[in-house]
Ligand binder design. Structure first.
Ligand code: MN
Length: 772
């Protein structure tokens, strides 16, 4: 409806005529009053399209009229931009049109620009928050906002700045289209999505449109013919049905194409809808259609018995149609149709269509209740919107408890989400999940229609890892709550272990790498100043260990040997004696499409377990991290780490030189005494002792790097002490046999220092062991 200057009255007249079909003359009079008020307020203002501003509120209420909304909603729709754009205060609206209308208008009005001049994004979020909270009190607010947004999207092309168009379209696609979906406003949602699609992906949009228009004639022929055949058969069976061909929205086709590649694979570009009087008729029609056209197996959905989370009901079936086409049929009753197109509005307004038009919406939908819950839990604005996106706007799945109770969760949610959705205590002690009768790890992901039973265990508590397998903000917050109240020591050790593991993946030891300088770099980005603070933040789930690595290195360039853009990585797995476990490792690597170059299993004498060495090729660091994560979850896998051939060679060479030094030191000293006298040889002894101190620790570190599993054996520590003692005995032997003279105090101090350092690291190791 393009309106020339001054013609707004004509447009208003047309719309009011439409409204008068269901409203009383008294209500029309009030509306006319509001129209004149808005006209004065917006007078002289123009839309970006050059039209008088007033056409925007008029078209907004035109959209609302299709939903059969009540008088207050229409008045508020007419006035919705008055406070924001004309400076007329809300109190003025309240005085003239009452508290209810003022409340509705206030919900849509953005917060003052003046207050948020510095932080426009903050203003955006706070305004959205206000909108939702007002909607929670009165759902009509969101209906007006959706109509307002739909008109703005229809005229979005008049906005010159591409960046602004994008921002608006993105917000619409992420927030308003999902709300329309939740409220069951099928028509508004489809139009919003198509408009967003056009502005966000213009090339894809026009290509798809062209492609579909190319075959429009053939498709229409198939459609008409199939409708005719079906109609005839239904008449024979005395079923009174309205059968219509239905264009699928471009965006829904585009989304399907994203999943299925080519347009020729799209099953249901052709869709036919049958609307019948009763529920029983739906199933009768289904039977007739399946007799006429062969159904495609596994493409039948009974949304009447199990409605979609937004209340949508229909039978869907896909059949092989004429000329090799594939056609989707949707079968529903009149009532279901009304709800599918007008959703919550049909629920609240249509029922009362013949009576007084003031159904105060007292019954809040679950959607609104959830918004209030999130608002209560979440004081931070940015998180509020993120949580909303996560909990409300995502595609959802239905999952059943063993008793048949239905829990709806976002797509991708796991057993832990389910456990927390049932009760916090169930979540906090969830040990295992039985999914459709099969026992699965608690980190398993759920699918639509799964029957889930959570096995609880008092001894089991939330773990840091859980965070990666949950999708709901409820579960996330509860897990974090639990992690936060764990004892300080436990947090330090968990954080340390997690970081250690991450550094191990790239072949480094964090203690070597996290120099004060690097901690400063981290502190700048995350505000954690000490290593302990970093550990705690990781253990509380507030900091991702991988991010630390990414902050200090270019992770993809670390110690990878490259083969044609693939990196060769050695992985070592220590596991229980169980053949299935190794088969599972192979299966997991195959399912991740990871090429395996070598696979060797051994049982070393120092381990009571099996060791498995694998050489794999990976694309990048994130793929490597994925491999580690998947392998860690295999039952029976005790330990998994990278191994480095170059490092092992380094270890062997060092050991060789150490031994050589010990063996040849007496001869060296003998030679030096003969040639340079006792002072020079004393120097060698002192230097040798210091070297020994260094070697003991170097050896310890190298062992840790190259043979970490050795550290956990019973041999390691006696071996280390024995080695040190042996080294000292060798020194004493030299002193005795060459009759050397030097300061015993100095030697004693060195001996005490070496042993106490050794003992200190042993004690800290033991302490860590008992904490596990
Ligand atoms: Mn507006």
């Amino acid at each position: 409806m393009q309106v020339q200057n001054g013609d707004t009255d004509k447009l208003a007249e047309l719309i009011f005529e439409k409204i008068s079909e269901y409203a009383s003359s008294g209500q029309i009079a009030k509306l006319t009053d509001a129209y004149n008020f808005a006209k004065t307020a917006h007078s002289g203002q123009l839309r970006k399209s050059g039209e008088p501003y007033l056409v925007h509120p008029l078209r907004t209420i035109d959209i609302l009229t299709n939903l059969r909304v009540d008088k207050d909603t229409l008045i508020a729709g007419l006035l919705h931009d008055v406070p924001e754009d004309t400076g007329t205060p809300i109190s003025e609206i309240e005085k003239r049109f009452g508290e209810k209308v003022a409340y509705l208008v206030d919900g849509i009005t953005k917060l003052s620009k003046v207050h948020y001049r510095e932080r426009m994004e903050q203003r955006q979020i706070e305004s959205l928050k206000k909108l939702f909270i007002h909607s929670a009190q009165d759902l009509r607010v969101i209906l007006i906002k959706l109509a307002d947004r739909l008109d703005n999207m229809r005229t979005l092309r008049f906005i010159a700045k591409e960046e602004k168009r994008h921002r608006i379209a993105k917000e619409t696609l992420e927030i308003y289209a999902p709300i329309a979906n939740i409220l069951g406003l099928g028509q508004i949602r489809a139009e919003l999505e198509d408009l967003c699609f056009e502005h966000l992906y213009p090339a894809e949009y026009s290509n798809l449109k062209k492609e579909i228009e190319e075959n429009v004639e053939e498709r229409n022929f198939i459609l008409d013919e199939m409708i005719r055949i079906t109609q005839k058969e239904l008449k024979k069976n005395k079923i009174d049905a309205e059968i219509i061909g239905r264009p699928k929205s471009l965006y829904s086709i585009y989304k399907k194409l994203q999943e299925k590649q080519s347009i020729y694979n799209i099953d249901d570009i052709i869709a036919i809808r049958a609307i019948v009087p009763t529920r029983k008729d739906c199933y009768d029609v289904l039977g007739i259609i399946h007799r006429l056209f062969k159904p495609k197996i596994s493409r039948f959905k009974d949304y009447i018995a199990v409605p979609k989370p937004n209340g949508y009901q229909s039978l869907h079936t896909t059949v092989f149609g004429l000329n090799g086409s594939i056609v989707e049929f949707q079968i529903r009753t009149e009532h279901m149709h009304l709800e599918a197109e007008y959703g919550i509005a049909a629920h609240y307004f249509y029922k009362y269509a013949n009576n007084e038009l003031t159904p105060i919406i007292k019954k809040r939908s679950t959607w609104v209740q959830r918004i209030l819950d999130i608002q209560r839990d979440q004081k931070n604005s940015q998180n509020f919107i993120e949580d909303l996106k996560l909990d409300i706007f995502e595609d959802r799945i239905f999952v059943f408890s063993p008793k048949g109770e239905v829990i709806d969760l976002p797509r991708g949610a796991g057993a832990i989400d389910f456990a927390y959705a049932i009760h916090t205590d169930v979540g906090n002690h969830a040990a295992k999940a039985e999914i459709n009768g099969v026992v699965c790890p608690i980190t398993a992901t759920l699918g639509n229609g799964d029957v889930v039973n959570i096995v609880a265990d008092k001894e089991v508590h939330p773990e840091l890892e859980w965070i990666n397998s949950v999708r709901t903000s409820l579960a996330l917050h509860k897990i974090k709550d639990f992690l936060k109240q764990e004892p300080k020591e436990k947090k330090l050790s968990v954080g340390k272990k997690t970081l250690e593991k991450e550094f191990d993946h790239i072949g480094k030891i964090y203690l070597d790498e996290l120099s004060p300088k690097r901690i400063e770099i981290i502190a700048k980005k995350y505000k954690y100043k000490t290593l302990d603070q970093i550990f705690t933040a990781i253990a509380e789930g507030n900091l991702d260990a991988q991010n630390i690595l990414e902050t200090i290195y270019d992770v993809d360039k670390l110690e990878f040997q490259t083969t044609k853009h693939l990196y060769r990585i050695g992985i070592k797995i220590i596991g229980d004696n169980d053949k299935n476990q190794f088969r599972e490792i192979m299966r997991t690597l195959n399912s991740l499409n990871i090429p395996i170059e070598k696979f060797a299993i051994s049982r070393p004498w120092y381990l009571n377990r099996y060791k498995c060495k694998i050489l794999v090729l990976v694309k990048d660091y994130s793929q490597l991290a994925q491999v580690f994560e998947c392998l860690e979850h295999i039952e029976g896998v005790q330990e998994i780490s990278r191994f480095f051939l170059r490092r092992k060679i380094g270890f062997i060479i060092t050991s060789f030189f150490t031994t050589a030094l010990w063996v040849f030191q007496p001869f060296l000293i003998d030679y030096v005494i003969g040639k340079y006298g006792i002072v020079a040889s004393n120097t060698i002894i002192y230097a040798g002792m210091l070297l020994l101190l260094g070697l003991v620790f170097y050896f310890k570190r190298m062992t840790l790097k190259s043979f970490p599993e050795l550290v956990k054996t019973t041999y390691y520590w006696p071996f280390l002490y024995g080695l040190t003692t042996l080294a000292f005995l060798a020194v004493f032997g030299e002193i005795y046999s060459f009759k050397l003279e030097f300061r015993w105090v100095f030697v004693l101090i060195l001996i005490v220092a070496i042993y106490s350092l050794l003992t200190a690291s042993y004690v800290s190791y033991k302490k860590e062991q008992t904490q596990e």
